[in-house]
Design a protein around this ligand. Structure first.
Ligand SMILES: Cc1cc2nc3c(=O)[nH]c(=O)nc-3n(C[C@H](O)[C@H](O)[C@H](O)COP(=O)(O)OP(=O)(O)OC[C@H]3O[C@@H](n4cnc5c(N)ncnc54)[C@H](O)[C@@H]3O)c2cc1C
Length: 489
């Protein structure tokens, strides 16, 4: 059967739904969204049971629908900070957002439908339940909302061998497996491993029962600097610290020393070099909890787990069948290289402003609705790939600032940004006269010009070593980085 649509959006994760929500608010168009999963919400549908947003709900999701109630948590490690939705709440939210879009009569959501590719007459889609093929004729564009698809524990293949007698579970199975082991070995260096360790400690596992196989050490933001609305001055303070360090550092290592000294970034073990940077964050409570785990194995990636030993890239360590090995090694954020966001007949959703996936998808929709020329659209939305290591920081942060400066010269776009609930700085004008915000704004304005210049130079001076692809538990000290070209259309 041939059906037709203005836009075909492939992927009903946070990016796809946020894009559609903003597009139909700004343009009188018909949109078809497809996803091979059984519901909208993307990776959240298969996330581990104790997952939570690491940023506040206040600026996550779609533009037209609040997530949560902007409450300040009164207990737990998030005390004093804005609420963060748990995975189930995020899934319900996206189901509701998609239902509201369907009610407009201009959006059709086809779950359990997979995009197979283009043909001479349209786009081929397969109904995953029945196997039936259908073709969709596109009047305007195909929107790739899966380019940065998250790689998560439930769907990735463990990148190491496991002997039949070894006990290894994906992190999703940890709650059902807890209690069945005398101790735990957490495999991975990123946010999922952090969540697994914190969850074990919260569930009365002693720190000395946890071994952390951590191939590389990571940097984390202090969550304090990501609090919106009434605490927005703290976000501005964090950005000012970025600008100050960015303006003054003579090299990437020094840059991170400055960011650590200012309290902007933290690492779990300050005595150990950290090169992983994925833009995730920790609260002070989580940091204190994690620092109790002393048994950290730093021998590179896991190669094989046997009944009595773990073989790693640079050695081996003993284990036993009483140890439950918890696989937290999925990549998380996608690591696809930059490609133009707008092209003839096609949009590829990617990061533009750093660490704001929902905001970026909605912003791209606004630009699509209000600009005609792809060169102009790409100038306003240059792709800015997700970071993996400290060497990605200069490019990512300076590119954000350069792009934001372009938005300021476009009144309709800057008005949309100022009012978007997905913009983490939305409340800044309401608090700009308060002393902490004033100080932070002044500090930012003093340094941002030099920071852009210095960081652009730092990025340009980086050499590109040949290495393997990153994964969340990847990377030895011989670190990879990708030197991304400027792409402004
Ligand atoms: C555990 C975790 C926690 C996170 N927490 C936060 C946070 O607190 N704040 C924040 O801002 N960001 C966070 N992120 C970043 C996160 O990547 C985004 O928030 C967002 O959920 C990603 O959505 P997405 O739509 O880009 O990708 P996905 O959720 O991966 O969605 C892509 C979709 O495309 C579908 N698809 C792929 N190929 C096809 C095909 N051929 N046909 C049909 N469908 C297809 C997939 O089924 C999938 O549903 C987190 C990421 C992870 C992994």
């Amino acid at each position: 059967m041939l059906v037709s649509t203005d836009y075909l959006v492939v992927g009903a994760g946070a990016s796809g739904v946020a894009f559609v929500d903003a597009l139909v608010a700004e343009a009188d168009v018909e949109v078809t969204v497809i996803d091979r999963r059984e519901a909208p919400g993307g990776h959240w549908l298969d996330a581990y049971p104790f997952v939570r947003l690491h940023t506040p709900s206040a600026y996550y999701g779609v533009n037209s629908l609040p997530l949560g109630r902007d409450r300040i948590d009164e207990d737990g490690e998030n005390t004093g900070f804005y609420e963060r939705a748990a995975g189930a709440e995020v899934c319900e939210y996206f189901a509701q957002a998609a239902a509201r879009l369907t009610q407009t009569g201009r959006v059709r959501v086809l779950t359990r439908h997979e995009h197979l590719g283009g043909t001479s007459t349209g786009e081929q889609v397969r109904d995953v339940s029945t196997g039936a093929l259908r073709e969709i004729a596109i009047r305007r564009k195909v929107v790739d909302a899966r380019y940065l698809e998250a790689s998560i524990p439930a769907t990735h293949r463990a990148p190491f061998d496991v002997a039949a007698s070894a006990r290894v579970v994906p992190v999703n199975d940890l709650p059902t497996a807890i209690g069945s082991a005398g101790s735990y070995a957490v495999l991975g260096a990123g946010k999922t491993a952090v969540d697994a360790c914190v969850w074990l400690l919260d569930n009365d596992v002693r720190p000395d029962q946890i071994r952390w196989i951590r191939p590389r050490d990571a940097w984390f933001y202090d969550r304090r600097h990501f609090q919106p609305l009434g605490q927005v001055a703290a976000i501005m303070e964090g950005i000012a610290l970025d600008a100050e360090a960015g303006a003054q550092a003579a090299g990437v290592e020094e840059l991170f020393e400055r960011l650590e000294a200012s309290g902007r970034l933290v690492r779990i073990d300050p005595s150990w070099p950290a090169v992983m940077y994925r833009g995730t964050m920790l609260s002070a409570g989580e940091l204190d909890a994690l620092r109790q785990i002393e048994d950290v194995v730093r021998l590179g990636r896991v190669v094989r787990i046997e009944a009595d030993r773990i073989v790693l890239e640079r050695g081996e360590t003993a284990t036993s069948t009483d140890v439950l090995h918890v696989d937290c090694s999925a990549l998380g954020l996608g690591d696809a290289p930059a490609t133009p966001i707008f092209a003839r007949g096609r949009i590829v959703l990617q990061q533009v402003r750093h660490l704001s996936p929902c905001f970026n998808a909605a912003l791209i929709a606004f630009v699509e609705a209000h600009r005609d020329d792809d060169t102009d659209k790409n100038r306003l939305c240059p792709p800015n790939p997700y970071p993996s290591s400290i060497w990605d920081w200069p490019r990512m942060i300076s590119r954000t600032w350069k792009t934001e400066a372009r938005w300021l010269t476009e009144p309709d776009l800057s008005a949309w940004v100022a009012n978007s609930r997905l913009n983490l700085l939305r409340a800044l004008p309401d608090h700009a006269t308060e002393p902490p915000a004033q100080t932070a704004i002044k500090r930012y304005l003093t340094h941002v010009g030099n920071a852009i210049q210095n960081l652009t130079q730092l990025h340009g001076s980086l050499v590109q070593p040949a290495t393997s692809a990153p994964s969340d538990d990847a990377g030895t000290c011989q670190e990879h980085h990708r030197k991304e070209p400027e792409m402004t259309g």
